[in-house]
Design a protein. Structure first.
Length: 435
């Protein structure tokens, strides 16, 4: 008995994986979200228009989206841990390199290509990796990891603004990169693992034996959704992935524009740069509550219902900001949207995993994320272009707001109970595939 107790790990290793993923999301997303505070000082130093610097951010969105399916394929077929760790090292080096920006082409290359691709590789840890480690409470766990991005924005955006005002924007970029290299990378080396089987464990909540065979040599049975696939392309022959991905397009369309243009917008509404960064940080901080709450609710009431509610809530936030043209409207927008920002990502990932399984999940979520980033590209460019034309952000914000309500309807009409493995009552033989 004493030997069994000594051999039993005090805590399931998946929780250590979750902690590492949380911190990776914290530093990567926090650094990316800080881009907005650099818009004004960099534009003023180099004489760039608002649209010009928006192109760099938009380029990052589309390049990150295009690269995601390929990174997801490497994750699924080669070595997910290696993809995540190498990506994290590169994104740290790229962030430091941004402190040496001297030309718009350098900014486009470093932020729009190197940073964007590497950040996409690091973010695979949140959805595809955690889905391998957790079956029970999957939505809650992925939401906890997604909360790391909110905490990162809450902490790093105001910190970067403080460093920018105390020193320069160059020092601020360098500091963000060093945090990644000296804190996040060692943590990833220690705790990121591809699969529970590497540790002699089962996924959390998995009641199947570690062996894929029963005692009589037959294949073990498990619940398999009717749309579960072995190859990513098969998923796009069914409706749910299109409903999820089109809604995710709107998610990118309505969030990346805020990442780049909210702080300049708030400053032009009359608040100080420090207060503008604080409001943005509050919005990201409230994502912790919204993201975790959405995960808990999704595990209890279904993914698609909560996902639809999140899109609807975000649309209401935009309406409030546009109808209350004062600092109060900015705070109200931050409070409302703060509960909805990261919740969409975790709910999209878990719903996709439930419907299409894990075998090609990295690639499927990568393709779905491409929709998100194409939306982000268009949103960022729309904000910069219409600001230069009209001298105001009112029109682009109104346009993106209008897309959120159809997105809510698209998510709500997904037939989750029909297709999700969580609602299947009969088991089927587990399959293996070399493809």
């Amino acid at each position: 008995m004493a030997k069994n107790i000594a051999d039993k790990p005090p805590l399931y290793f998946g929780w250590y994986v979750l902690a590492a993923v949380f911190f990776i999301d914290l530093v990567v997303t926090g650094s990316r979200s800080s881009f907005g505070i650099f818009v004004l000082p960099m534009s003023e130093e180099f004489g760039w228009s608002r649209f010009t610097i928006s192109v760099a951010a938009a380029l990052g969105a589309i390049v990150g989206g295009v690269s995601q399916p390929f990174l997801g394929y490497f994750f699924d077929r080669i070595d997910g841990r290696r993809v995540i760790v190498i990506s994290l090292i590169i994104v740290g080096l790229a962030t430091v390199a941004l402190s040496f920006t001297f030309n718009i082409l350098f900014l486009m290359f470093m932020f729009g290509f190197v940073f964007a691709i590497a950040a996409g590789g690091a973010r695979l840890s949140r959805g595809a990796l955690l889905a391998r480690w957790f079956i029970r409470k999957r939505a809650t766990v992925v939401s906890i990891a997604a909360a790391g991005s909110s905490v990162g924005s809450l902490l790093l955006v105001p910190l970067a603004m403080y460093l920018l005002q105390a020193t320069s924007w160059r020092v601020s970029w360098a500091a963000l990169g060093l945090v990644m290299l000296f804190l996040a990378v060692p943590l990833a080396f220690l705790f990121i693992r591809n699969d529970p089987k590497e540790m002699g464990l089962r996924a959390y909540g998995d009641s199947e034996p570690l062996s894929s065979e029963n005692g009589d040599g037959s294949k073990a049975e498990r619940r398999r959704g009717p749309l579960e696939v072995d190859k990513w392309a098969e998923s796009f022959r069914s409706a749910p992935i299109w409903q999820v991905s089109c809604s995710y397009f709107v998610c990118g369309f309505t969030t990346l524009i805020i990442s780049v243009h909210f702080v300049p917008y708030a400053i032009e509404r009359g608040v100080s740069p420090g207060i503008a960064a604080t409001i943005f940080g509050l919005m990201m901080g409230l994502n912790v509550v919204g993201g975790l709450g959405a995960g808990v609710l999704a595990d209890r009431f279904g993914r698609k219902n909560v996902l639809a509610g999140v899109y609807f809530l975000r649309g209401c936030g935009y309406v409030v900001m546009l109808l209350v043209p004062s600092a109060l409207g900015l705070w109200m927008f931050a409070a409302i949207v703060g509960f909805s920002w990261v919740a969409t990502g975790s709910l999209t990932n878990t719903l996709t995993a439930d419907v299409y399984g894990l075998r090609a999940l990295g690639t499927i979520t990568g393709v779905s994320f491409l929709f998100h980033q194409v939306g982000g590209l268009l949103g960022v460019l729309l904000g910069g272009f219409l600001y230069d034309v009209t001298g105001s952000y009112t029109l682009p914000f109104a346009i993106v707001a209008a897309t959120l309500f159809p997105a809510a309807l698209s998510a709500f009409t997904i037939k989750e109970r029909k297709y999700s493995a969580l609602y299947q009552t009969t088991a089927v033989p587990a399959v293996t595939s070399s493809a």
